[in-house]
Design a protein. Structure first.
Length: 182
């Protein structure tokens, strides 16, 4: 059995409302010293809202890459680390699209970039949907919500229009679930 990496010390090097960055001094399994830079963010939920053959997507400008991107509704709640994943999913869906799910089923977990981020994600399937008014945060003021057919969604992935890794991985979890159900 391989020995675990042991954290010897940790220091925070940056913090804002949405994230913190820390540098950990570690001892590797062979006894040598090393460092890890870790980005800590609150856990998030991704919601695949399905209505027949349609999938709900939101589009917004993603500042770090300087481009608008289509993705499934998703998000975190800074300052509320103990929020239940299903509650977070329902909240994000309503906030970003105005949709309320009559049924919310867990599809699985995702790790964004486990070599750098401590953040974990939960993926949910939302069905039996009711439309209402969105409740977007100030940072989401440029967000748009639209329904796409599954075939158009898959085409957008193939064409590089949808590049968000969480959305693509979440869709894979949905496809695997459907494969088991049929």
């Amino acid at each position: 059995m391989v020995k675990p990496i042991i954290q010897l010390s940790s220091r925070e090097v940056y913090r804002n409302r949405w994230m913190s960055v820390r540098e950990d001094t570690v001892q590797r399994p062979d006894g040598s010293a090393g460092i890890y830079g870790v980005v800590d963010r609150p856990d998030y939920a991704v919601v695949i809202a399905v209505d027949g053959d349609r999938l709900a997507l939101v589009e917004q400008f993603r500042y770090p890459i300087g481009a608008r991107r289509w993705e499934f509704p998703m998000g975190t709640v800074p300052g509320e680390p103990d929020i239940e994943p299903a509650e977070l999913a329902a909240r994000e869906l309503r906030e970003e699209t105005g949709l309320t799910a009559g049924s919310l089923a867990s599809l699985g977990h995702l790790d964004v970039a486990p070599g750098i981020f401590s953040q974990r994600g939960w993926v949910f399937l939302a069905t039996d949907l009711t439309e209402g008014e969105h409740e977007r945060e100030h940072e989401e003021q440029d967000m748009h919500f639209t329904w796409f057919t599954r075939s158009r969604f898959e085409e957008m992935i193939r064409d590089g229009v949808i590049t968000d890794s969480q959305s693509i991985a979440a869709y894979a979890l949905l496809l695997l679930r459907e494969r088991v159900e049929y």
